[in-house]
Design a protein around this ligand. Structure first.
Ligand SMILES: Nc1ncnc2c1ncn2[C@@H]1O[C@H](COP(=O)(O)OP(=O)(O)OP(=O)(O)O)[C@@H](O)[C@H]1O
Ligand SMILES: [Mg+2]
Length: 248
């Protein structure tokens, strides 16, 4: 069953075309990666899908409904959640309270929101952080809290924008495990933007590549990692180097 369909999506900022006629679809249950160089338009695409930006042209269908004209909160209500590349901890909230904010999308009851938040924190292995202020946590933990908060709304589709950026290898392993858990055990369809190629190649089923706002390739991780056009536009500078350094 198709969960998300993006048709000929274009987003202009003044004279700049940040997303240029992008089309793709996602089946329910998939785990898809979105990669490309800095400024390729990845975050813009998430902003358009999640209703933060109005598209210039094109159409977005989510779970059978045309959501193109909807605002961000309306899109969220339909079961599409996201994290933000640059995370700003919400005020003076503890980890548990932060995740409860997500849960309040589904319930008005404080006790039910708390119980749900606790369950999600356990699922993501960060229950021991519950009482910390989010703003006091290291980046890796904050990233996990943003994931937990997004999951609080029980989304059908979760968009993750660089949750592994700036993390050390152990932290990347841990967040990889969490992403797998969210997908495999919690049954949430996931699309993730990531520059950490190891994560993309190990975790995703399919990869979409953007360059200068255009979709230049799409395929399974193996074929993407050997695609000459992708290597030239993006991977040449990163993945090949990473592979060499991990090989030697
Ligand atoms: N709100 C905005 N107003 C004007 N231009 C924008 C806006 N958001 C993004 N852009 C521009 O659109 C282009 C794509 O930016 P975007 O943030 O989507 O790239 P990205 O692929 O997420 O890059 P990165 O890997 O660095 O996060 C860039 O040239 C950026 O400067
Ligand atoms: Mg970005």
């Amino acid at each position: 069953m198709t969960l998300l369909e993006v048709q000929h999506l274009t987003k202009n900022f003044g004279g700049l075309t940040a997303n240029d006629d992008i089309s793709f679809h996602m089946e329910k249950g998939e785990l898809v990666g979105l990669i490309g160089p800095n400024g390729a338009g990845k975050t813009t695409l998430f902003n358009c899908i999640s209703g933060l930006h109005a598209v210039t042209s094109g159409r977005i269908v989510f779970d059978g409904e045309d959501i193109t004209p909807l605002k961000a909160h309306e899109v969220a209500r339909r079961g599409l959640a996201r994290t933000f590349q640059v995370y700003v901890a919400a005020g003076d909230l503890t980890v548990e309270e932060n995740v409860m904010v997500g849960c309040f999308m589904k319930t008005a009851s404080r006790s039910r929101a708390r119980a749900h938040a606790d369950q999600i924190l356990r699922e993501l292995n960060i229950r021991d952080l519950s009482d910390y202020m989010v703003s006091e946590l290291p980046v890796a933990a904050q990233k996990r809290v943003t994931m937990a908060t997004a999951i609080g709304s029980d989304p059908k589709l979760l968009l993750l924008d660089e949750v592994a950026a700036g993390l050390n290898p152990n932290e990347v392993e841990a967040i990889m495990a969490s992403i797998r858990h969210v997908h495999d055990e919690m049954g949430i369809t996931v699309m993730l933007i990531e520059h950490v190629m190891e994560l993309v190649m190990k975790v995703t089923h399919r990869v979409i590549v953007l360059d200068y706002g255009r979709k230049i390739a799409e395929g399974d991780p193996e074929s993407i990692s050997t695609n000459p056009q992708v290597i030239k536009a993006y991977l040449g500078e990163r993945y090949v180097k990473e592979q060499r350094s991990s090989a030697g």
